[in-house]
Design a protein around this ligand. Structure first.
Ligand code: HEC
Ligand code: HEC
Length: 372
């Protein structure tokens, strides 16, 4: 006897969710993949909203009110695991709790992800919160990461449960049911109405649309950034000509006021070079640096560089704990290559730094193999 349990929309949802979550987890590891991460995260958000609607209007077995979500049912299910007293055609109580847990956590993950993206990166639909909450960016990020870990546990429980079921009740075919829709059990098969088919089509298509739209490049509201580039040549020509001659033009916002004061007071002995200036030029540049120092910036780099300095007295960004931490996984060969030469040559990997930006989407490691 075969029963049709998971209709096509439920299975397509499941396949897309697995795929998108895998991509989201992988892309979360690298800053330069943040745009991809946000795009997939947004698509997951739409997918999970669709699944919630599906849980209300969907077919038998996929509907929330069909799930045996009671602690009593869970208890008796777990205690009779090896000699089941009751057969569940759809989700058993343990699976129901795992599934609802996954849906809730994924929903919270997308919301906190979008909030973090807005608050920390000044990007996406919550970018309007950046100016008010940028000091709290770490807090949003930590909640988001905590939920990510929680999701791993729930997925582990879910997959573990399915595998255990495969061992104990292999004949029922629960494992393969998510692919072909059928279980070897007795029960009423799920059927779809035209209305349900239409809702499924719209929900899934919307999720794919958001993904494609978010990946479509500049100007889309899902990943758009609102930090404005600075034209230093126009704003402070002297700064560009005096401080951009030997190396990357470091944006004033990368160091706090006190660091700039220390550096500008000792230009004669500047990292082994003599970078001394006449008194007027020195004063003029110092004033410019102080006005635009890290304290006046809302960017992630400024905030985190300053927060990571034990005292506000380091004059090399590359010496700060934050810089060391964010770059510790980069192969040394990059910094030693003829294309980069120095850690301080930010420009080689951050193409937007001389416009006062350090967007994750602009990070690109140069191809050093062809050159060395
Ligand atoms: C004569 C060349 C020269 C001039 C002019 C010069 N610098 Fe430098 N600067 C250096 C060298 C060399 C280093 C060390 C770079 C390295 O570690 O690869 C350096 C390092 C720095 C660093 C630290 C980079 C890091 O490691 O994080 C900052 C910040 C900096 N300079 C700012 C300035 C500013 C501001 C001015 C203008 C007032 C300026 N520099 C002018 C030669 C120069
Ligand atoms: C050899 C290439 C390279 C050089 C040189 C380099 N970076 Fe980076 N930087 C990267 C990469 C790659 C990442 C992303 C690391 C990751 O995946 O987490 C990064 C990350 C960062 C971040 C964190 C971005 C974020 O939003 O979390 C900041 C800030 C940053 N770099 C600033 C600098 C500054 C300032 C300099 C120069 C003093 C510099 N980098 C030099 C490659 C480089």
């Amino acid at each position: 006897m075969k029963v049709y349990v998971w209709t096509l929309p439920t299975r397509v949802f499941h396949a897309l969710l697995v795929l998108f979550i895998l991509v989201a987890f992988i892309t979360a590891e690298w800053d330069d993949l943040l745009t991809l991460h946000a795009a997939f995260g947004s698509a997951i958000g739409v997918l999970i909203l669709y699944r919630i609607v599906w849980g209300v209007i969907g077919p038998k077995y996929s509907r929330f009110n069909d799930l045996p979500l009671s602690l009593a049912a869970l208890k008796s299910y777990l205690f009779s695991l090896f000699a089941p007293t009751k057969k569940y055609v759809g989700h058993n109580p343990a699976a129901s709790f795992a599934m609802v847990g996954i849906i809730v956590v994924v929903l919270l993950l997308t919301v906190t992800g979008l909030l973090t993206y807005g608050v920390q990166e000044n990007r996406g639909i919550f970018a309007f919160l950046h100016d008010s909450f940028f000091r709290e960016m770490e807090f949003f990020e930590e909640i988001h990461e905590f939920l990510g870990t929680l999701l791993w546990f729930l997925i582990g429980a879910h997959v573990g449960g399915v595998l255990l079921d495969r061992l104990l009740h292999a004949k029922e075919g629960t494992l393969t049911s998510i692919l072909d829709g059928h279980k070897n059990l007795e029960g009423e098969s799920a059927k779809l109405t035209l209305f349900q088919k239409s809702v499924a089509l719209i929900g899934i298509a919307l999720s794919l649309f958001v993904l494609v739209y978010a990946l479509s490049g500049k100007g889309n509201i899902v990943t758009a950034g609102y930090h404005q580039p600075v034209d230093y040549k126009k704003e402070k020509p002297l700064f560009v000509s005096e401080c951009g001659a030997c190396h990357t033009l470091y944006p004033p916002s990368l160091l706090p006021k006190h660091s700039w004061e220390l550096m500008m007071a000792d230009l004669g002995n500047h990292f082994g070079d003599d970078a001394s200036l006449g008194e007027p030029a020195q004063q003029s540049i110092l004033a410019y640096l102080l006005t635009h120092a890290a304290e006046s910036s809302t960017s992630e780099a400024s905030l985190k560089i300053v927060q990571s300095m034990p005292n506000q007295d380091m004059i090399a960004v590359t010496q700060t704990p934050f810089w060391k931490k964010t770059h510790k996984e980069i192969d040394h060969a990059y910094f030693e290559s003829s294309k980069v030469k120095s850690r301080a040559n930010c420009n080689a990997c951050h193409s937007d730094i001389e416009q006062g930006l350090l967007e994750d989407s602009s990070i690109k490691l140069p191809n050093i193999r062809t050159l060395t």
